[in-house]
Design a protein around this ligand. Structure first.
Ligand code: FUB
Length: 365
């Protein structure tokens, strides 16, 4: 159990205890000033600091906010474009009674060693609830170093979760986000280029020698995220995997070289005023962008950036409604200042009267 957002206060207390009373006054004042000015650079503060967390997928379950994040660790792996340095080994699930409430860490909910088919790198998960069961969806490389998406089940939102013996058939790449529509049908959005390997599936089959980054073809339609309807038991895809097409305002598909707008990774879906909002990260240009459609499959029309770059390389989010207000969960590297050791945050999100999402600046000027 952890109560966080209190790290700077704790640091001040430790610093104070280690000094004489006279020094204590000076030290505390200086630390306080530096600390306050550092903290004030950021729109919001880390939700938890005992462990590094990233890629927060938030949901309201049983009247509480549950967060399903990646659990970043210092694995000592050298940084590269494949993201090998993101070598995470387990998931911890967090919960809060309210947006500003105490954060509880429920401990290890699933470990890579307990997933029979897994090799390495437990990346950004998501969760869903149906049929009295909680489902944890997770990407991990299989024993051939190919990212697949797996599913694990539990009777309570914080687990522990038990993994199925095989990955979801037909799944590949990373960053699953599962959305359940008002009619009860659920859809998984997923995919990520570069280290997420989406570009290696260009022809429907995995090509280990495929491009390392994008499709490699500059003026072609950009690679799309994928969407698949989930089966009633939530353990497999029901029907074909489709492309999540993003169009510009002229009805033309976004192109590969449109790095500020095209899909990279980190899909999320929410519904607002009857419209479907597909939101995602532009990856190497570090924006969060939105595109709106009339049904879960799209096509979606690009609306713009709704979050400017955070501190750190990656950007990844989820959007939920809590008691009539909308919130975005996201991460940055405020605590460590290291790309692969991130911390999750939350801030309010606003839909403008025209349906677009108001721009969020995670760093203050
Ligand atoms: O956490 C590993 C990867 O970094 C995620 O899967 C991506 O979305 C990015 O946040």
């Amino acid at each position: 159990m952890n109560h966080l957002r209190k790290l700077p206060g704790i640091m001040l207390l430790l610093a104070a205890a280690a000094t004489s009373s006279c020094q204590q006054h000076n030290t505390t004042t200086q630390t306080e000033t530096a600390d306050t000015s550092m903290r004030s650079k950021y729109l919001s503060q880390p939700l938890i600091s005992e462990i590094y967390t990233a890629d927060p997928s938030a949901h309201v379950f049983e009247g509480k906010i549950y967060i399903y994040p990646s659990h970043d660790i210092e694995a000592g792996v050298k940084e590269n474009d494949n993201g090998d340095h993101f070598d995470m080994r387990d998931y911890h699930i967090l919960s809060m009674d309210s947006i500003n409430g105490k954060v509880t860490d429920h401990g290890v909910a699933l470990s890579v060693k307990d997933i029979p088919w897994a090799g390495r790198q437990l990346w950004a998960p998501d969760a869903a609830f149906k049929n009295g069961t909680y489902y944890l969806y997770f990407p991990v490389k299989d024993k051939n170093d190919v990212f697949r998406i797996g599913v694990a089940t539990a009777k309570t939102p914080a687990g522990p979760f038990k993994a199925e013996s095989k990955p979801i058939e037909g799944s590949f790449s990373i960053d699953p986000a599962v959305f359940t529509d008002n009619d009860g049908n659920s859809y998984m959005y997923y995919g990520g280029i570069w280290g997420g390997q989406l570009q290696r599936w260009n022809n429907g089959k995995y090509d280990a020698n495929g491009s390392k980054t994008d499709s490699g073809k500059e003026n072609e339609p950009a690679l799309s995220a994928k969407v698949a309807k989930m089966s009633k038991d939530m353990l497999s895809f029901d029907g074909p995997v489709k492309d999540v097409i993003i169009l510009d305002k002229n009805g033309k598909q976004l192109l590969t070289n449109d790095h500020d707008r095209r899909f990279f990774e980190g899909s999320w879906m929410h519904k607002y005023n009857g419209k479907y909002y597909f939101t995602y990260s532009t990856g190497d240009t570090h924006f969060l962008a939105s595109a709106i459609g009339d049904n879960p499959y799209g096509p979606f029309t690009y609306q713009g950036t709704f979050m400017n770059p955070v501190q750190g390389w990656t950007t990844h989010h989820s959007i939920i409604e809590v008691k009539g207000k909308w919130y975005i969960f996201y991460h940055d590297t405020q605590i460590s200042n290291k790309t692969h050791l991130r911390n999750i945050k939350v801030t309010e999100l606003t839909h403008n009267p025209d349906g677009t999402i108001a721009l969020i600046a995670p760093m203050k000027k």
